[in-house]
Design a protein around this ligand. Sequence first.
Ligand SMILES: [Zn+2]
Length: 383
Amino acid sequence: MIIYQTEDCIVSLPLPLFLVVEDVGWWQGEDDSAVHGPFRNRFPRRHCLADYQALTQLSERLSMRIAIGMVLGEWDRNNLLKEITGATWMGRDWENCLNQGPWLEETAEYIRENEQHLELAVHGLCHEFWQGGQAQRSEFHDSDGRMRSKKIVTDHLQAYAAIMEQNGFSSFPRIFVPPALHHSFGNGEDSMQAVLRDFGIDYVTTRFSRTRLYSPPVHEKITWECGVTLLERGVSPVCWDEVAAVPRPVGMNPILALHWGNLLHPDPCRSSEIVARWGEHILTETTGLGRILSVDAADCWRQAAVFYLADIQIQEQKISVNLKNLQAMPSLCGHFSLKIIGGHPEKWQCLGAQMVITGRDHSIVSVKLLVEPERHRIDILLH
Ligand SMILES: [Zn+2]
């Protein structure tokens, strides 16, 4: 979004772009939804360590700690899910021996060692909810966006934490990605956000048009309740079951939602070709003034909040950015970025924030504004 333009200078507040990969974590590839089993990735083989290495490769190419929406049911080492109502298609007979092998520890260790590249996000135990042998969409909400009972939701999230612990993942994720986009918002202490907050979740991304809204969002693309911020995910540019997908335009939302199989090749040795293609595509889509790559979820949520909610005033050679609309959510305050062509940003004076040049790409200079604590108004004097 161009916020200032003269003959020799353009200043843009860019929309962030952050990658969230959904449905990571299954070991089996088959989609068994037609027989009331789980909706897996419809992938033509078992998953393996190389499928996580491909994600790390993409993270490195983008210099982004990407979020991976994990379904953890098939990581259950002790069959604890037999005790959890509705968690699996086998109910009390849950037996996960098919997925219990050395690959669990090998892959867990790899993910732990690469936490600077891959950030685990909660996507569910097995994605759906089972009752009387029938699968229902989805695990935490029904298909009308009604949250399942607080006890069921809490039991499922506690089981998720227990499976994380079994596999040596120390801290509970701070991101929640609703499975199958069924979610609700706006009913305060009765809300899903109140439950998620108690588990330490800060960020949710989903499609607002598929969410049951008990009260209107703060903005059509971003809102919050109980200390949790929800960000519009938009439509994925690629169908969930498209294997080794060809990159397509990413759309004008802060989140790029892909599914694991989109980034993988049936031959694990060739996934590097797929993620290299996506890496180049995403970098190309963010080189201009309008978009900026996020380094992680917090960076994305903050930049999006400023993009959607900041009040920007221009007076001759001054840009004033008022962040009062973000005050209610401390996690959204901090730094944000601008992109600039021309002018002399290294000479500009900035009140209320420290301005640091973070990159140059041809004629475009990227700057980060490190907002001073408690400051809600920043003045940039362009001379
Ligand atoms: Zn999913």
